[in-house]
Write a protein that binds this ligand. Structure first.
Ligand code: SF4
Length: 63
């Protein structure tokens, strides 16, 4: 399972960072960075919560 962000939709409000900071990070330019690669099993539920919580509907789970 992987999570990805649509950078056009993302407004960098940090909601997902607050839920899953090991995967999401706002860089020095306030651009959301997503840790590459597969989510750990223990991260999937929080990733789902992040997808649901994103006010811009900018996150997708794949796989
Ligand atoms: S919650 Fe959505 S809009 Fe906010 S930083 Fe994360 S992806 Fe971007």
């Amino acid at each position: 399972m992987k999570v990805s962000v649509d950078p056009v939709l993302c407004e960098a409000n940090g909601v997902c960072v607050g839920i899953l900071p090991d995967v999401f990070d706002l860089d020095d330019d306030e651009v959301l960075q997503v840790r590459p690669g597969e989510l750990a099993e223990g991260e999937v539920e929080s990733a789902r919560k992040s997808v649901a919580a994103c006010p811009r509907n900018a996150l997708r789970l794949n796989g």
